[in-house]
Design a protein around this ligand. Sequence first.
Ligand code: FES
Length: 119
Amino acid sequence: MDRWTRICRLDELPVLGARVVERPGAGNVAVFRTATDRVFALRDRCPHEGGPLSQGIVYGERVACPLHNWNIDLKSGCAIAPDEGCVQSIPVRVDAGVVYLGVRADQPAPAILQVGADD
Ligand code: FES
């Protein structure tokens, strides 16, 4: 991770929901907000069969995939046993109410383009 890119304000993320950030050529990212205002970012692609995790149900620090209900840990990106597999976790931070996504130098800057299922 080489730089931080501002993607939105914290209050633009739905509580217990997600926004989708497009990264051209690098796969979309789902940015989640928990009930306690913690923020996590995962590639928006379930490790099972590629379901859109951004449209899943957030509970605690997990998301339930909308397709077959696998439960994914928001911090690690890994499925909760007995399921197996992980999705890429993306660096994210919140500073003064603004959400920043970590971006590698060889990637274009991301931008919020889509709205999660809670909107
Ligand atoms: S695609 Fe996510 S549980 Fe099957």
